[in-house]
Write a protein that binds this ligand. Structure first.
Ligand SMILES: Nc1nc2c(c(=O)[nH]1)N[C@H]1C(S)=C(S)[C@@H](COP(=O)(O)O)O[C@H]1N2
Ligand SMILES: [Mo]
Length: 254
């Protein structure tokens, strides 16, 4: 992993150097004016993060789509990252077929709510065949079935001042956030199906978030809590995700 961080640092530092100091200053001014500063920007490494996030937000339409693939391109081998939750609560829900499982949505919403799996499955379901890339260098293509995060957020009514959507795994081991435009993007999914089956245990049963326009670590598995905020302060170390402290940027757009 340290090799990877070094490489990432080299790339971002190189980007900042290539843009020239004037370029970085200009990007920072534009980013600041339009509020495109990612939460984990700091120092020269931060200049690269700001450039990436701001450039994506300025150059790409907010609704640019991740590529979708055909069924014949679905990967035969699908790696797994991490373990499924080991908590008693999760084991109990799993044993009960997730009948008692709930997804809680709170924070800056008009109607905080808890959705059972059955509630979620009553919303319009979509499928997408998309690529998921891990920052460690492996990737796969799978068909995901689920509901759009935007449909769920519209059901609870997000407040006008909302900026960030946090999502947290049931054992609180993995958590992350995206901005409201990414949360409302039509390909941002709460997935309950994978390759024609219920989502397998290792891939995030019963619900995982899928953000196909960002690297795999943003697609948190076993999500049971979503909270909408206008700040990142007071959540973990305030950087929007557990990833920045491990050397991975909050914004992982691809
Ligand atoms: N809860 C949880 N979500 C997680 C992880 C994890 O360990 N726990 N790993 C992340 C990483 S680094 C990647 S690349 C993808 C891997 O997804 P997969 O295990 O379905 O292949 O899940 C992400 N979401
Ligand atoms: Mo990953």
């Amino acid at each position: 992993m340290s090799e990877l961080i070094t490489r990432r640092k080299l790339i971002t530092t190189g980007l900042a150097t290539a843009a020239g100091l004037a370029g970085v200053a200009a990007a920072a001014t534009i980013a600041d004016r339009y509020g495109f500063i990612p939460p984990d920007h700091r120092g020269i490494f931060g200049a690269g993060e700001t450039l990436t996030y701001a450039a994506q937000r300025i150059l790409m339409s907010r609704h640019s789509m991740a590529r979708e693939f055909s069924r014949s391109e679905i990967s035969k081998v699908v790696p797994v990252n991490g373990k499924h939750p080991q908590t008693d609560e999760y084991q109990r829900l799993l044993a009960g077929g997730f009948a008692d499982w709930k997804l809680t949505i709170d924070g800056l919403v008009a109607r905080p709510a808890s959705f059972s799996l059955a509630d979620l499955k009553r919303l319009p379901a979509y499928t997408q065949i998309t690529h998921q890339a891990c920052e460690e260098g492996w990737s796969f293509i799978a068909e995901w079935k689920g509901v759009r995060l935007s449909d769920v957020l519209n059901a609870v009514g997000i407040a006008p001042q909302a900026k960030w959507v946090f999502y947290i795994s049931i054992d609180k081991d993995w958590w992350d956030s995206i901005d409201v435009p990414d949360a409302m993007h039509p390909q941002t999914f709460l997935a309950f199906g994978m390759n024609g089956q219920e989502i397998p245990l290792d891939h995030g049963a019963p619900i995982r978030l899928r953000v196909p326009r960002q690297l795999g670590y943003k697609s948190v598995k076993f999500v049971n809590h979503i909270t909408v905020t206008d700040t990142m302060k007071g959540i973990g170390d305030g950087l929007g995700s557990g990833s920045p402290s491990a050397g991975y940027s909050w914004y992982a757009g691809i």
